[in-house]
Structures are given as C-alpha cells and as structure tokens.
Design a protein around this ligand. Structure first.
Ligand code: TA6
Length: 289
C-alpha cells in the first residue's frame, strides 16, 4: 500500500480515501478507513498482517470495501427492508479521537443519522467504533445509542463486525469452539443443524450463522493461531465464498477465497431494541498467537 500527503496529524490518504493509521509504541499497527468506519489492516507487534483485504477492493464513497472489518448496521443481509447489510458500511464516518498511549493506540470513529439514513430508517442514532491496537491484540467495540427525544419510537437493530481474517491457505486452517452450537446454513436455504465438529475444516463454500456461540474461538493454522473473542455479540457468522461465488465477485481475485475466512461477531437472532436515550455495546477481540 502506498500512503500519501497527510492532511492532519492522524489522517493520510489511501487510494483517495482518508484513513487513520494507528501505531502502538510496541509496533502493533492498524489502518482504519473513514469510509465505512472500516479497519482494513492489522499487524500485531512483531507480527504480520492478520486481516484479508482484497487486492481488487474498490475505495469509493458509498461503496462497501471487500475486506478488513466492515461494520454491519442496522440490518444483517436482507433480513429487513434496508439495503443489504444496512448502511453503515457505505457511509463516511467521522474521526472523533485518536490517541497513542503507553500500551496501545486508539481511534474512535462515529456515525450519526442524516437525511439519507432517515429516509431509509427514520431514527436518530449515534454509532461509535473504538479501535484499540497494541501487543498481540486488536479490540473493536461497537456502541449504538438511540438519540431520539423522549417519546420517540424505539428502534430495533442487528449488527455485525464482518471480520475478514487472512489465512495462508484456507484448507489448512481449523476453526475451533463451535461444536454443539446450532446454526442456519445459508448455502442450504437456511436449513438448521448443530455443529458436530470441534475443529471445523473449510473445504467448500460455507455461509453459516451460529446462534448463541458463547465460547471463545480459535483459528488454528499450521504456523500460527488466532483467538477470537466476543462480548455481547451472541452469534457468529462463518463465510467463505469458495471458487464459484468468489469468481462472481468483481472485487475479489478469483483465488482470493483461499486467503480469507470471515469469522464475524454478530447480533442477528435476537435484534436489540433501544428506547430513546438507551445504549448497547458489543466487542470483538482478536488475539494473535
Ligand atoms: O456474512 C455472510 C454474508 O452475508 C454472505 O452471505 C456473503 O455473501 C457475505 O456476507 C458478503 O456479502 P457482501 O454483501 O459484502 O457481498
């Protein structure tokens, strides 16, 4: 990636789009795109890139970026009347704060309702994403606040951190921690099943929503591992498009599916309802091993 011309101490431009570059004193790094409020790169201290970003990703206002951690809000997929996966991933967020501390570097990005969001979803809201990077961790916290006046209608939402993890070769990886969890299989018209494997191998297209997956997960590769923890995101989505669907995605290289696996912290099965003034938060943490 080539970065050019800083316009403020925190913001630089990547393919014409403003990004925040976080660097902790120990060398851990993350890059966050204001478009979508999307983390697009993370390397732990002394380690290599852990997120997948498609080399064909399109960096344009209003377009979802293929890779990193898209923020899905307030709707998952087409489970409602809004655009697919909601509107947060296609909006330009604001940088609210960026700090470097002793142990980490933090950025807080925010998105609030505007005319365009209200025309789709008639609610006053504030969403904040806090990105903290340091040591072997990346912590992502999503907060949602109902900003309506007293007496305004409550709103209900779904959300996800649609994390694209980078793997050396997806068939070598094993995802551990989902055994016994009920899932819906989107590749089989939403058929339900219970996960029987303690070490899930990805050898074909996978698109599953696991409900109530409360254990920490481990993505094991022959040469490294990654812990994936979530708080207040009860569901987990596991997605890999495999060859045929990947070839149909214009913003993915044909073999890109081999280097990625989405393991998403999600809130889908039981949407949260907020009254005016109420807040919700959820967190996904990635821990490099
Ligand atoms: O989260 C899984 C999923 O909904 C899959 O069905 C898959 O198509 C993927 O997200 C990507 O969706 P997108 O709209 O970004 O192409």
């Amino acid at each position: 990636m080539s970065l050019t011309s800083p316009s403020t101490p925190e913001l630089v431009y990547l393919q014409g789009q403003p990004v925040v570059q976080l660097r902790a004193p120990d060398g851990a790094r993350a890059t966050v795109l204001l478009q979508g409020g999307q983390v697009i790169s993370w390397s732990p201290a002394g380690g290599s890139e852990r997120l997948y970003l498609s080399e064909r990703a399109v960096f344009e206002d209003g377009k979802a970026v293929r890779g990193g951690v898209p923020v899905i809000f307030p709707q998952f997929e087409q489970r409602g009347p809004l655009p697919r996966h909601g509107f947060a991933r296609t909006k330009r967020w604001k940088l609210l704060r960026a700090d470097t501390g002793r142990d980490d570097a933090i950025a807080v990005l925010g998105l609030t309702d505007d005319e365009a969001t209200r025309s789709l979803w008639p609610h006053a809201f504030a969403v904040e994403l806090t990105v903290a990077v340091g040591g072997n961790r990346l912590d992502l916290e999503l907060e949602v606040e109902h900003r309506g006046a007293q007496g305004a209608a409550p709103f209900s939402f779904m959300a996800a951190l649609h994390t694209y993890l980078r793997v050396r070769e997806v068939e070598e990886a094993r995802l551990k921690g989902l055994q016994g969890v009920r899932y819906q299989d989107s590749t089989r018209q939403g058929a339900e099943a219970v996960e029987s494997s303690g070490a899930l191998a990805i050898t074909d297209e996978i698109d599953r929503i696991y409900f109530g997956a409360t254990r920490a997960l481990l993505l094991d590769e022959p040469h490294r591992a990654l812990g994936i923890e979530a708080q207040q995101f009860p569901d987990v989505v596991v997605w890999n498009p495999w060859d045929r669907k990947c070839a149909a995605l214009p913003d993915m290289p044909p073999l890109g599916f081999r280097q990625m696996l989405c393991v998403e912290a999600a809130l889908i099965g039981e949407p949260v309802v907020l009254q005016p003034g109420e807040q919700w938060w959820g967190r996904q943490s990635l821990v490099a091993g």
